[in-house]
Design a protein around this ligand. Structure first.
Ligand SMILES: [Zn+2]
Length: 256
């Protein structure tokens, strides 16, 4: 199978539509406007890596026919990126092996506190995961294959989240600032997947004008906008964008 990156979900924390059937500015007829919560998948030389475990992870994994998970890498600890963690139990049963999860020191500490039962024995249930703290560079291995990943610390409102770079692809789903010292790491990419929450400024996320300004500076061959709120309709957004920038939709994938 080819190396493939898939956007499993490109919606903001409430997805689209909301649970209350609120569609905002979205055209209900366009399936690309139905968005599950932000999450992505890397398939590289038979290694299957999940980025975050959204509340929609079960549906996302089934829809995209992902048969196995070898590791999970976390951007940060917010609920819309983590609460699906519990759904991964069948992969533990299938492989008879704990699923290794990776995150910053802070993310791992908070995950271990919030989801104690995943990492430590509880009420007769076995832990299903092993936790690993990453440094700026880390490697995911399976048999004799490996993928080197760079974790870059980004500002995400009051906390720090991580963006990831591997091969010539970057994934920055949740951020409102790229530190100056790291900015150049995001240049010369084939694909830049980047936070573009909404039209108006937000304290924890890039908004449209900001994202486009950064995307133009970084000038990846292709930029994909993700973490989209209900005020950003797929078609209206696409019309406004230059050819090398596109809004994400659930299931968007590319080979690398
Ligand atoms: Zn967040």
């Amino acid at each position: 199978m080819k190396n493939k990156f898939t956007i499993l979900g490109c919606g903001s924390s409430l997805g689209a539509p909301w649970i209350t059937n609120h569609w905002g500015n979205l055209n209900k007829k366009n399936k690309k406007n139905i968005r599950t919560r932000c999450c992505a998948h890397i398939f590289y030389q038979n290694i299957s890596i999940l980025i975050d475990t959204s509340p929609d992870i079960k549906e996302q994994i089934r829809k995209n026919k992902i048969k196995n998970i070898d590791a999970v890498i976390y951007t940060h600890e917010h609920a819309d990126q983590t609460v699906g963690i519990f759904e991964l139990r069948p992969f533990f049963w299938k492989n008879k092996k704990k699923i290794p999860v990776y995150g910053s020191k802070r993310t791992i500490e908070l995950l271990r506190q919030k989801y104690t039962f995943c990492f430590s024995p509880r009420s007769g249930y076995k832990p299903i995961m092993s936790s690993n703290t990453f440094n700026e560079q880390f490697t995911i291995r399976k048999n004799n294959k490996m993928l080197k990943i760079r974790a870059i610390e980004l500002q995400h409102g009051m906390i720090k989240a991580n963006g990831f770079i591997f091969k010539k692809i970057a994934y920055l789903s949740d951020c409102n600032k790229i530190p100056k010292k790291s900015f150049n790491l995001f240049k010369n990419l084939d694909y830049l997947v980047i936070d573009c929450l909404r039209k108006n400024p937000h304290p924890s996320h890039f908004h449209f004008d900001e994202t486009i300004r950064i995307a133009k500076k970084l000038s990846a061959k292709k930029t994909i906008l993700t973490n989209l709120h209900v005020d950003l309709d797929y078609q209206s957004l696409k019309k406004k964008l230059p050819k090398n920038i596109t809004p994400a939709y659930d299931g968007l994938s590319f080979n690398f």
